[in-house]
Ligand binder design. Structure first.
Ligand code: SF4
Length: 507
């Protein structure tokens, strides 16, 4: 191997996480797991936000040559800068010491020099974004551009769409990071040297998987790197909220299995329950779950929402990433018969909330407990009440009847098959064998949101119909699962269960 591949900003970020990841990015890309639908939706959002960010600067010049035409992009960037007319360039290309970057935005400053702006589709500034800016600053200055300011542009959660005209000037928040990015320049240079030396070596670096594989992003090569590792029976990752310091201590002692954690090791009350369930190989009942369930009032209903969260607000009164409910499912228990089912899916591209709220108010009646899993449904109801004042009283009355099943389960019962998670997807198969999501085309909320957005944009009516049916089936499974789960929870403790006298608070 005589010439190593060029670094780019994204390759640098890969390498900053793990040199082996960078090696694979450059030489064995096929080993990566392909991005799933939810991740592809995140990429699409990034493109949408990036295009809107450019509209903040009228008259800016887009360097449109893609990654297959880098010489042309470099040439065009130099020519437009030299011409001195465009107030800004988008996707301008620069190369310095073998590192190529495409800068989201560079703007001429009134007093001379340039401002570099990195665009992000999140609403918060993160340290990682400053590193992004630092890498670009190092390349741009190294390539000879007089960059005097470095900034990160995020969406602004305070922006409220008026429903008529999107204002790109107000939608974004500019975070100046010049000083912080400059402070990274020496480290970036040293890291570039290290990465290039690593890429010039004849073999891949020898790096074992560890907690760095998920920080700051889940690594797409994890399945490959761990292909020969026998998965732990009940690994320490199953301990809820294991602190970094405790995790490091267990790693240092080569403790991979919960059952091998030494007596006296500092664990939270919930972690101790989890350890006991694993060690004894049976569930632990440490609270009065059946007593808590008996407090529910009849008729008992089960409610679940599906929502999507557009980065760029679409409906009047909403902010970036507001959760917009587009589908609900309700199952109502009846004595001696299967539960009744009602649902509503909004099939138009207009605001789903008014029609959904009306159908919801009709479906939930005026009495009885409404069971949910987590406080999410309560939050959506509060947001709906705030957005729809004429329905607020009815929606608040519904909110007052909610009965969140998650806290009593988390505070009363643990089954080793939960594997450290109290999500409905983990709890359900442990308590209701044979009931899961494996037969459904949609099996999680993020995929549901991504498919809904795609279906709304689809031209093919058959594709829309199929996706809408899949979405309803998924949401209905969620509420039927809650009903079945409650039946099972009412009987826990009757068989092969450890009774732990101390009730624990969540860790
Ligand atoms: S899975 Fe972990 S060790 Fe393997 S390449 Fe990715 S970050 Fe590196």
């Amino acid at each position: 191997m005589t010439e190593h591949p060029a670094l780019s900003k994204s390759r640098y970020i890969s390498g900053a996480q793990c040199h082996l990841r960078l090696w694979y990015d450059c030489y064995e890309r096929d080993l990566a797991v392909a991005p799933d639908e939810a991740l592809r939706a995140v990429f699409d959002t990034g493109h949408e936000v990036g295009e809107l960010a450019c509209k903040r600067i009228p008259g800016g010049h887009l360097v449109a040559h893609d990654h297959r035409h880098i010489p042309e992009a470099l040439e065009e960037t130099g020519r437009v800068i030299e011409a001195g007319r465009a107030p800004a360039l988008f996707e301008a290309a620069f190369r310095h010491r073998g590192v190529l970057v495409r800068a989201d935005i560079i703007e001429r400053l009134p007093g001379g020099g340039w401002r570099l702006t990195e665009v992000k589709s999140t609403t918060r500034l993160k340290d990682l974004f400053v590193l992004d800016a630092g890498v670009q600053l190092w390349v741009l200055r190294g390539a000879g551009l007089d960059v005097r300011e470095a900034c990160v542009l995020t969406l602004d959660r305070d922006y409220v769409y008026d429903g008529r005209r999107l204002d790109p000037g107000a939608l974004f928040r500019l975070h100046p990071v010049t000083g912080r990015a400059e402070a990274l320049l020496a480290a970036v240079e040293a890291e570039v040297d290290g990465m290039q030396a690593m890429l010039a070596a004849p073999t891949a670096p020898d790096i074992a998987p560890g907690s760095h594989c998920f920080d700051p992003y889940p690594c797409p090569y994890h399945a490959h790197c761990t292909r020969n590792d026998a998965p732990p029976d009940h690994g320490i990752d199953e301990l809820p909220r294991l602190a970094k310091a405790e995790r490091s201590r267990l790693d240092a002692g080569k403790v991979r299995e919960i059952r091998d954690i030494p007596d006296g090791f500092p664990l939270t009350p919930l972690q101790r329950i989890v350890r006991r369930a694993v060690v004894e190989g049976r569930p632990v009942l440490h609270g009065d779950i059946s007593g808590i369930l008996a407090r529910r009032r009849r008729p008992v209903r089960y409610l679940d929402f599906e929502t999507f969260s557009p980065a760029v607000p679409r409906f009047a009164g909403t902010r970036p990433y507001d959760a917009i409910p587009f589908l609900f499912s309700v199952h109502t228990e009846r004595r001696g018969a299967p539960p009744d089912h009602a649902d509503y899916l909004h099939e138009g591209s207009d605001d789903p909330r008014p029609a959904l709220a009306d159908r919801l108010i009709g479906a939930l009646g005026r009495s009885g407990s409404i069971c949910t899993w987590s406080g999410y449904e309560g939050r959506i109801l509060r947001d709906l009440a705030a957005a729809l004042p004429e329905r607020a009283a009815a929606l608040r009355a519904i909110g007052a009847r909610l009965f969140d099943l998650l806290p009593p389960v988390r505070d009363s019962f643990y089954h080793p098959a939960f594997r450290g998670s109290f999500s409905i997807k983990s709890v359900l198969p442990a308590l209701v064998p044979g009931m899961d999501y494996a037969d459904l085309s949609i099996a999680d909320g993020q995929t549901a949101a991504a498919r809904y957005v795609l279906a709304l944009a689809a031209d093919d009516p058959e594709e829309r119909r199929r996706t809408f049916a899949d979405l309803r089936a998924y949401c209905a499974r969620d509420t039927l699962a809650l009903a079945e789960l409650c039946k099972s929870l009412a009987t826990v403790g009757r068989e092969n269960t450890v009774r732990e006298p101390v009730r624990v608070r969540p860790a």
